[in-house]
Design a protein around this ligand. Sequence first.
Ligand SMILES: CC(C)(COP(=O)(O)OP(=O)(O)OC[C@H]1O[C@@H](n2cnc3c(N)ncnc32)[C@H](O)[C@@H]1OP(=O)(O)O)[C@@H](O)C(=O)NCCC(=O)NCCS
Length: 166
Amino acid sequence: MVTLRKYELADKEQLVKLANNANVSRFLTYLFPFPYTPDDAEWWISTGSSLDGAVSRVVEFNGQFVGGVGLTQLKAWKDHQAEIGYWLGEPYWGRGIATEALKQMTAHAFDVIKVKKLFAPVLKPNIASMRVLEKCGYVREGEFKMEVFKNGQFYDTVQYARLASQ
Ligand SMILES: CC(C)(COP(=O)(O)OP(=O)(O)OC[C@H]1O[C@@H](n2cnc3c(N)ncnc32)[C@H](O)[C@@H]1OP(=O)(O)O)[C@@H](O)C(=O)NCCC(=O)NCCS
């Protein structure tokens, strides 16, 4: 069973264990560094997870910390929109867990936070993530060329989005 809950300081050890993996951070922003140290985990739990009003949740699978999902609302005339993101520790990939976590966070965003549009920019090689979004009712809105520079490489991104009314 997949459930979401708030971060606790006690999550630090498991967060480092799962996050300190180049395969996990490969297509994520520099807010998710590699190597991922205990200091990075402490910063994330105390500060990063709520930065700019972000709503971040631990993903649990059968009561065990397996990853994270979160959203950050945009500002001013785009404050009806939020960017959503997610990750899982590598041992938990391929079991439908991210799909279930994203479904739950999407429902929370629309029903509780009342945002009107959720979007996710995905680096083009990240096919698994695009599939997760599609399974959660997000649609491909467009593509951005040379949008991201990471680890010495430029990436195109594909933007997925879902509207509250859908
Ligand atoms: C992307 C990620 C969240 C997926 O999590 P997951 O729990 O394995 O995803 P799910 O099992 O719910 O679904 C994955 C889907 O992608 C498919 N998939 C996986 N790898 C694939 C590939 N190389 N090509 C095509 N499809 C692929 C799976 O078959 C599955 O689809 P299906 O149910 O139709 O068979 C996980 O790999 C991860 O944490 N990656 C690192 C962080 C990251 O990239 N986050 C997203 C940033 S946008």
